[in-house]
Design a protein around this ligand. Structure first.
Ligand SMILES: Cc1cc2nc3c(=O)[nH]c(=O)nc-3n(C[C@H](O)[C@H](O)[C@H](O)COP(=O)(O)OP(=O)(O)OC[C@H]3O[C@@H](n4cnc5c(N)ncnc54)[C@H](O)[C@@H]3O)c2cc1C
Length: 424
């Protein structure tokens, strides 16, 4: 078997690359996926009338092309929703983002946050060496200790002083100091963050998008697990077959891909420098409707999860009438056991999301082995070296996991377009 372009992984990035190649009249490609269905993390699961995504998967579309493409693919099967997100810490329910809603804190904490910010503002600004320093400069110590430190430690699995600040630009809203101080008096007028509005399919969950992209793709081959990549001879071993190619597109998680390389010990060794966190998503189908919210962040140590979202709130089609569904994102350091489930239940009740005697229709775990590429000190150099060496050998990496970065779905769609343009 031979194909001019061989694309590894049919998640959103691989699908977008294949789709845009075909749109440009290039059908000499193969798109290989190990699972029976394409979609990767953007697929959805359908069980007993419920639709679950892999954790929250909401479309943040900020470019004209991203919006146009999604609208074209989904043909009207799309809603635009307003974010309803909070941070639950102690007994406080603070609207998101924390740093722009200090009014919702108890008086003592609120005053401490104001004093901490004024103190930080009085210090001369220096280029921050890590995410901790970045937060302390931007928000002051109390906001850091109440939210930024505990939440980010749960999410990234390391404390913020071990993280660089390369990733935070698009993801951490930065109100001005004036705005933060004003937020101690009253709710802000402004909306903050890349996700204050988002899009979501009316039917079929996030998976509706990947299905629309995959429909009719001529080169898509599922149940093809890639087990070896030989960059020198330009061949890939997948599903028991050897396939040769002229150029390769990788969307598999970069460390996993580097470990598949034949005879490239220096490149393969870089995999050890690419840290990541895994997440276990615990899904609950409940026999009662819940009050509407989008998602809630949980920084407190005693809560075993870091984020909970209302899957049934994104579309009425996600759950049968009179029921609801939630996804609970749990750091993978906690085992997927009945004991953890009990802890989750207790915390959900304590935080007022569900009630002790609510009836569960069913529950299940979705382990996500590769969830977040950790932006520690080693990441940037190792990624740069790996991507440059691979490109020299005719292999282009794309997507959140292929490029080992923190990005969202729109980037996958756009990178697929950019790659197709480059390859054609
Ligand atoms: C918990 C969580 C929540 C998220 N929420 C959002 C959100 O709300 N909005 C948003 O925009 N983005 C969100 N994202 C990011 C989003 O999931 C990614 O940007 C997107 O899925 C990246 O797509 P991809 O195709 O690059 O990777 P993937 O979806 O990982 O696709 C890679 C594909 O490669 C296949 N593969 C792997 N190994 C092999 C092998 N050996 N052989 C063959 N095939 C293989 C996999 O099966 C998969 O299909 C979230 C991510 C996580 C982890």
């Amino acid at each position: 078997m031979h194909s001019k372009t061989l694309i590894l992984g049919a998640g959103l990035t691989g699908l977008s690359t294949a789709y845009h190649l075909e749109q440009r009249g290039d059908t000499d490609y193969l798109l290989l996926e190990r699972e029976p269905e394409p979609g990767g993390l953007c697929a959805s699961q359908h069980r007993s009338g419920f639709t679950f995504d892999y954790g929250g998967h909401l479309l943040h579309l900020h470019t004209a092309y991203g919006k146009k493409l999604v609208k074209k693919l989904l043909k009207g099967n799309l809603s635009r929703l307003a974010r309803q997100a909070w941070i639950y810490t102690g007994n406080a329910r603070v609207p998101y983002p924390f740093q722009a809603n200090l009014f919702a804190l108890p008086a003592q904490q609120r005053q401490a946050c104001v004093d901490g910010l004024l103190k930080a503002a009085a210090r001369p600004a220096r280029p921050p060496k890590n995410f901790e320093q970045w937060c302390l400069q931007a928000f002051g110590r109390p906001v850091y200790e109440l939210f930024m430190r505990p939440y980010n430690t749960k999410l990234w699995g390391v404390s913020p002083d071990k993280l660089t600040c390369d990733w935070c630009g698009p993801f951490v809203p930065i109100p001005t100091q004036q705005e933060i101080l004003q937020s101690a008096q009253k709710p802000p007028r402004r909306q903050y963050g890349y996700n204050c509005y988002f899009y979501y399919p009316q039917q079929g969950g996030c998976g509706a998008l990947v299905q629309a992209l995959a429909r009719g793709l001529k080169g898509l081959k599922t149940r093809m697990r890639i087990t070896r990549v030989d960059l020198q001879n330009k061949t890939v071993r997948a599903g028991g077959k050897t396939i040769s190619y002229d150029r390769l597109v990788n969307t598999l998680p970069l460390p996993a891909f580097l470990r598949l390389l034949k005879g490239q010990p220096r490149l393969t060794a870089l995999a050890d420098q690419l840290a990541y966190t895994s997440v276990n998503v615990y899904n609950l189908a409940l026999k009662k409707p819940l009050k509407l919210f989008s998602w809630i962040y949980f920084p407190d140590q005693e809560d075993p999860f870091y984020r909970v979202g209302l899957q049934s709130g994104f579309s009425p089609a996600n759950a049968p009438r009179g029921t609801s569904s939630i996804y609970i994102e749990v750091p993978a350091a906690l085992p997927r056991t009945a004991r953890t489930e009990k802890r989750i239940w207790k915390a959900l009740v304590q935080k007022g999301i569900i009630e002790e005697h609510d009836e569960v229709l069913f529950s299940f775990w979705q382990p996500l082995p590769y969830a977040y590429a950790v932006y520690d000190r080693r990441r940037s150099r190792a990624v740069r070296q790996a991507l440059a060496a691979l490109a020299k050998r005719g292999c282009f990496c794309a997507g959140r996991y292929g490029k080992w970065e923190y990005s969202f779905m729109e980037s996958s769609l756009l990178e697929g377009l950019a790659l197709a343009e480059k390859l054609v």
